[in-house]
Every structure is written in C-alpha cells, then in structure tokens.
Write a protein that binds this ligand. Structure first.
Ligand SMILES: [Zn+2]
Length: 381
C-alpha cells in the first residue's frame, strides 16, 4: 500500500467524524487524535517497508543488477560511472594556446626542426637544404602540415618517418601527396600490410634495430627498443637539436591514456619509460598533449608507474578472495574473480589518490584503468 493511500484513507476517516454535532466535543477530539496517531503509525510502517524493499533491491537480489558498493569505495568514480565534474587540469599540464584561425601551433625546436601540434597530437618536420622530412602525420591536422611547412620552407616533402603504425598518428600520410621515401621499423610494415589502409602508405625503407637518416646537414637517429606501446614503435632522436620523440609512452603533465596508453606490453612499457629517463636529450616530444616534455616530466611518470605497481602489488597481496561474494555465486569463478579484482583496483585507487590526484592531469579519468591494467599485468605477466 502506498503512503499516499494511507494518508487519504485516514483523512477520510477523520472528516467523516468531523461534522458530528451531537457527541461530546472532548470525546470527538480524542477520537480525532487517536485516528491521527494510528494514521501516523501506519504511514511510518509503510515508509519503513518501502525503504527496506528499495534497499534489498539495491543489494542486488535481482540477478545482474548493481549491488551494494564495496567497502571503502574510492570517491573517484569507477569506469562506466558518469563523473559530474572532472578534476581541474593543473597549470603544470597546460601548454601554449593554439591560434584558432590556423588550427595548429608551430614550435621551433632549433636548426630547422619544428613541432606541429593541435594541443592534442604532436608531430614534427625537419627542413634541410633540398627538402623536408615529415615525422608522423596525424589525420586530425594533416591538412595543415603543408601550410605549416610553408611558414619556414619552400622545399618539397622528400621523406616521411612513421613513429608507429597507429592510424591516429600516421593516417594523414597519403593526404600529404607526392612520392616521398617512407621509413619505418619492419614491424610497422607488417602491421600496415595487415591493416591494408590506403591512407597509411606502406613504408618503402624499413630497418630492424637502428637507422640513421642523413639529409643535407641534418641527422635523425631512429632506433627500436622492443615492444611496449606496440611492436614497431621507435625512438626518433635529432642529435643536433637534442630532441627525442617517442610517441604514446610519456605524457608530460598528464596521466597516461587509459591502460598505460594501451601498452601491449606493460613490463616493456615501464622499461621504456626508464630508458627514456636515462637517455641524454633536452626536449621530449611525446606525440600528445599541449606541451613538450622535460626530464622532470619523465621522472614524474616513472615515479607514478612505480607507485601504481606498488599499490597494485600490495592490494593483490592483502585482498582476500571471495569476501562479500553472494554465496549463490560460489560456482561462478568469473564472478569470484570480478569481485576480487574490483576490490584490488579500489584499494589501488585509494592508495594513489592522495598523492597523485592534483599532480597529474586526468588522474580521475584513467586511474581505475591504470589500476586494472597493473593488477592484471602483475598477476599474469
Ligand atoms: Zn599509438
């Protein structure tokens, strides 16, 4: 019975007695008070029953429905739950503004080397006496690349270097036109053959470990350090400018994209961050975000990686499997693991939040992803 119906019927009972003009008025008042009292009791009982019913609904008696939150649930919303207002981007993660009329920003890295960015993606080009070497062509702004080159050179694009095979970094290659030499690691050629994407022209020159490109008085040193983000992802070093470009590994000022930027090999990914950290360079181009990186940015990311690994290691060791699992799910090992891994991830997020939530931009966006990726890597790799 609904609360409203109870209220209606008790009011009706009261009003039926209200016009009585023969009875003693004290008696009538007592009757009214009594009816009101009984009505209140019934309303309260119904309210309790309703609350209990809706709570039992929340606790997941209906199969497959969300249940009670885990104990010590983090305040950072888990994957799939809408965030009302994401954490503010710290000033340390911001970069110079884009000219909206141009749609890109050109950053002079010295001696003919330039970075182009729309403050979400980053690519480069290197001008020499007879031409231009383009390094990556993100499709989002590839149409602006010739215009950006024209700001500083009237020479044709003679070479394109692919950092790796992913479409979001090289899908604008064909749109650049001409017949440039295209250089990539041999794994990138393999993946591009499989993708058979006409916008990602196949490399014409490939290498296994190292390749040095000398054009005019410019030098680029390409090297392969194994799988991390994906097979074929290379380090591109400009020794004269002391600029290192490694895409999708370090995100200056930011949390890596979800699941360590979709790293296909997480131990390899962690090792590459350490490798970048120990190398000798002045400026890092990471392929994303609004600014270039420094050694201090790489130190911060390496520290974050170590903290995630430690938090997930501790959570795996101290979380008891099966706690809070509905006994009716005992024969469902997938359910038992889901419940266990969720609680491991929640503990990992709680461990990281105080130190990192205001330090790295996008912490609330991807911290759950990093914890899930980390615990899985630690369990099986
Ligand atoms: Zn990628």
């Amino acid at each position: 019975m609904s609360k409203d119906r109870i209220r209606l019927s008790s009011t009706a009972a009261i009003s039926q007695r209200a016009p009585d003009h023969n009875t003693n008025s004290n008696m009538r008042n007592r009757q009214i008070a009594w009816l009101r009292f009984v009505g209140l009791i019934i309303v309260s009982i119904c309210a309790c029953v309703n609350a209990a019913y809706s709570q039992s609904n929340n606790s997941g008696t209906d199969q497959g429905e969300a249940g009670e939150p885990y104990p010590n649930m983090p305040s950072i919303a888990p994957i799939g739950v809408r965030i009302g207002k994401y954490l503010d981007v710290p000033a340390s993660a911001q970069g110079p503004a884009i000219d909206p009329a141009k749609g890109y920003r050109l950053q002079d890295m010295g001696r003919g080397l330039y970075m182009i960015t729309d403050n979400a993606y980053q690519s480069m080009f290197l001008a020499y006496d007879r031409g231009v070497v383009v390094i990556d062509a993100p499709p989002g702004y590839a149409a602006h690349i010739p215009q950006a080159i024209a700001e500083v050179s009237d020479k044709p694009i003679t070479h394109i270097i692919y950092s790796h095979s992913h479409i979001d970094h090289i899908g604008g290659a064909k749109a650049l036109g001409g017949h440039p030499v295209i250089i990539a690691q041999e794994e990138t050629l393999r993946l591009l053959k499989r993708a058979a994407d006409p916008n990602r022209l196949l490399p014409t020159v490939t290498f296994s470990d190292k390749y040095t490109l000398r054009v005019g008085n410019q030098v680029l040193e390409l090297s392969y350090h194994g799988n991390a983000h994906e097979p074929g992802n290379i380090f591109i070093y400009a020794p004269l400018q002391r600029v290192l470009m490694v895409v999708d590994v370090v995100f200056p000022g930011w949390m890596p994209w979800r699941r360590f930027a979709l790293a296909q090999d997480i131990p390899g990914y962690f090792a590459q961050v350490e490798e970048i950290r120990k190398m000798d360079w002045d400026t890092l181009v990471g392929g994303h975000v609004a600014r270039t990186g420094t050694h201090s940015d790489v130190d911060v990311q390496a520290e974050f990686n170590r903290d995630v690994r430690q938090a997930a290691t501790t959570a795996l060791a101290t979380t008891k499997p099966g706690v809070g699992l509905n006994p009716l799910d005992k024969a469902n090992p997938w359910a038992a693991f889901d419940n266990y891994i969720d609680r491991v991830a929640a503990q990992c997020v709680n461990t990281l939040t105080p130190k990192w939530s205001a330090k790295l931009a996008g912490f609330d966006v991807y911290v759950w992803d990093q914890c899930y990726a980390m615990e899985q890597s630690l369990r099986i790799e």
